[in-house]
Design a protein around this ligand. Structure first.
Ligand code: ADP
Length: 462
C-alpha cells in the first residue's frame, strides 16, 4: 500500500547538487528528504568520479616523480602494484562514505536519506520506489539533482568496453592493468585516464573524432597541454570509431580516418565519449523545460516550474562537483528567502583537466572572447622559469591571465603544467571577486611555490 508523506523540501539525488542544500535547509528547521538509489551521499563524484580517479592520479604522479628521481636511491619496482593502488582508492571512498554517514546522522529526523528512485507524479508529488519503500512524497519545493551518467554511444561492440565506472567504482571491475588500452574519446575523462595508465606502463592509444584533443576547450590551452603530455601516448585525431570487435586476446577497433577504414588492436578499450544528464521520469509529464537534453535552470537554479529547482550535472551549466555544490547552496538560500537572493556565477568556476601534468582554466578564455567579439589583455608567466618547477624538474607550461581592457579586471585565466590544479583556485577567486592586474601584481605570492607565477603574470602588465 502506497502512503503519502508531506514535507518541506524533497531532493531527487543525494550528490553534490543535493546535500549542501539539504543540510542548509535542515539546519534552518525545514523537514527535508533526499532520495537516491545508492542510499549514500555524494553521488557519482565519490562513487566513480572525481575522488577515486584522483586517488589513482596521485599514485600515478608519485610513481612518475619517484622514477624521475630514482637516482636518489628510491627503489625502482619493476611494475606498479595496481591492486594496492585500487585498495587505497577503495579505502578513501569507504572513509568518505563513513564520514558522510556521520554527517547525516547528526541531523536526526530533520533530514532523511531514502534509498530509492524518484519520479514525478505531478509538480509537487513524487513517487519513490526502492528496496524498502513504495511511497509518495508531497513537498513544497523540489530540488532535482539527479546528476549525469556515462554516455555509451550506439557503436556496435561498445557494450564490451570499459567505462570510467569499471575503473573507478568501489571494488572496480578492472582489477589489474592491461598491457594496452585504447581510449575512445579525447575529452578530459579519456585523456586523464590515458595519462594514469601510461604512467603505470600501459601502452595507450587515444582516438578522438574531432581535430583537437579536449574538444570544446580553448584550442590554445589544449595545444599547450598536449605538448606536455607523455609523448608515448599515441593520439589519433579525426578518428571516428565505427565497430569494436572482440578477439581471442582483446579487441579490434575499426575506425574511419582520413577517408580510410583502419583498425587498431588493444587488450582493453575504454569508452569515454562523455556524460549525459539523468532526467527523472515524469519530468515531461509535468512540463519541465529542457535545453540540450539538460534541465533548463536560471542563475537562481529555478526551472520553468515554480518551486522546482535543478542543481548540478542535471542542468549541464557546469558539470563539476564544486559547481553542483555552489548551485545547491544557491537553491537552498533562495528557498529559505522565498525569492531569488543568491545567484550562481558560472564565469568563476574552475575547470581542471587532471592529466599529468594538469591544465585548468576559469572564466573567459580567448576562444570564448572571440566568439563574443570581446578583446582581452593577456599577461603570462612561463612555468619553466619557476623555482618549484625547476626543483621538481617539471618544466613547461604557463600561467596566463585574461583582463578586460581599460579596467584591467581579471575575467579569466589558465594554468598549464605543474600545480595547475591548485593555482586555478587562486585565479578563480580573483575572477570571482573582480580583482585587477594591479591587485594581483601587488600580492606577494608564496615563494618558492608555483603560485608566484600568478603575480608575475600580472606584473607583466602593470
Ligand atoms: P550532482 O553533482 O550533479 O549532484 P551526482 O552524481 O553527485 O550529481 O549525484 C546525482 C545522484 O542522483 C546520483 O547518486 C544518482 O544515483 C541519483 N539519481 C539519479 N536519478 C535519480 C532518481 N530518479 N531518483 C533519485 N535519485 C536519482
Amino acid at each position: 500500500m502506497s502512503t503519502t508523506m508531506d514535507m518541506d523540501v524533497l531532493c531527487i539525488g543525494a550528490g553534490g547538487g543535493a546535500y549542501p542544500a539539504a543540510f542548509q535547509l535542515a539546519r534552518a528547521g525545514r523537514k527535508v528528504v533526499m532520495v537516491d538509489p545508492k542510499g549514500v551521499m555524494s553521488g557519482n563524484c565519490l562513487a566513480e568520479g572525481c575522488v577515486p580517479s584522483k586517488a589513482v592520479r596521485e599514485a600515478a604522479l608519485l610513481w612518475n616523480r619517484a622514477h624521475h628521481f630514482s637516482r636518489f636511491g628510491i627503489q625502482r619496482a619493476p611494475a606498479v602494484d595496481y591492486a594496492a593502488v585500487i585498495a587505497h582508492k577503495d579505502a578513501v571512498q569507504q572513509r568518505r562514505y563513513a564520514q558522510h554517514a556521520d554527517e547525516l546522522k547528526a541531523f536526526g529526523d530533520r533530514l532523511e536519506l531514502v534509498t530509492g528512485v524518484a519520479r514525478f507524479l505531478d509538480d509537487r508529488r513524487v513517487k519513490v520506489e526502492g528496496p524498502n519503500v513504495d511511497c509518495e512524497y508531497r513537498a513544497k519545493q523540489v530540488i532535482i539533482a539527479s546528476g549525469a551518467e556515462v554516455t555509451v554511444p550506439p557503436i556496435p561492440g561498445a557494450e564490451h568496453c570499459l567505462t570510467s565506472r569499471d575503473i573507478f567504482a568501489l571494488n572496480p571491475a578492472l582489477r589489474s592493468l592491461p598491457a594496452s588500452l585504447l581510449v575512445v574519446g579525447g575529452g578530459y575523462i579519456g585523456l586523464e585516464t590515458a595519462c594514469f595508465f601510461r604512467a603505470f606502463g600501459v601502452r595507450v592509444h587515444v582516438m578522438e573524432m574531432t581535430n583537437q584533443l579536449l574538444p570544446g576547450f580553448d584550442p590554445r590551452m589544449a595545444a599547450e597541454l598536449a605538448r606536455l603530455l607523455d609523448p608515448e601516448i599515441t593520439v589519433t585525431l579525426n578518428a571516428k570509431v565505427e565497430t569494436i570487435e572482440k578477439t581471442p586476446t582483446g579487441f579490434k577497433v575499426w575506425y574511419a580516418h582520413e577517408g580510410r577504414k583502419e583498425a587498431a588492436e588493444s587488450d582493453q578499450v575504454l569508452m569515454a565519449v562523455g556524460r549525459s544528464p539523468v532526467i527523472p521520469e515524469g519530468s515531461d509529464r509535468i512540463g519541465l523545460a529542457l535545453e540540450r537534453r539538460a534541465i533548463k535552470a536560471d542563475e537562481a537554479q529555478r526551472t520553468n516550474i515554480p518551486g522546482i529547482y535543478a542543481c548540478g550535472d542535471v542542468n549541464n551549466q557546469a558539470p563539476l562537483f564544486h559547481a553542483a555544490l555552489r548551485q545547491s547552496l544557491v537553491a537552498g538560500a533562495n528557498i529559505l528567502a522565498g525569492r531569488a537572493v543568491d545567484y550562481f556565477d558560472r564565469g568563476s568556476v574552475p575547470f581542471t583537466i587532471f592529466t599529468l601534468p594538469a591544465a585548468a582554466y576559469v572564466g573567459t578564455t580567448p576562444s570564448a572572447a572571440a566568439r563574443l567579439g570581446m578583446t582581452l589583455i593577456e599577461g603570462a608567466a612561463s612555468l619553466s622559469e619557476d623555482s618549484r618547477a625547476q626543483i621538481l624538474d617539471e618544466l613547461g607550461g604557463e600561467v596566463r591571465l585574461f583582463f578586460s581592457p581599460g579596467s584591467l579586471r581579471l575575467i579569466g585565466g589558465w594554468a598549464i603544467g605543474l600545480d595547475a590544479e591548485n593555482l586555478i583556485s587562486e585565479i578563480g577567486l580573483a575572477v570571482a571577486r573582480g580583482l585587477t592586474a594591479r591587485d594581483l601584481a601587488e600580492f606577494p605570492g608564496q615563494h618558492p611555490m608555483a603560485s608566484e607565477a600568478i603575480a608575475k603574470a600580472a606584473r607583466a602588465l602593470v
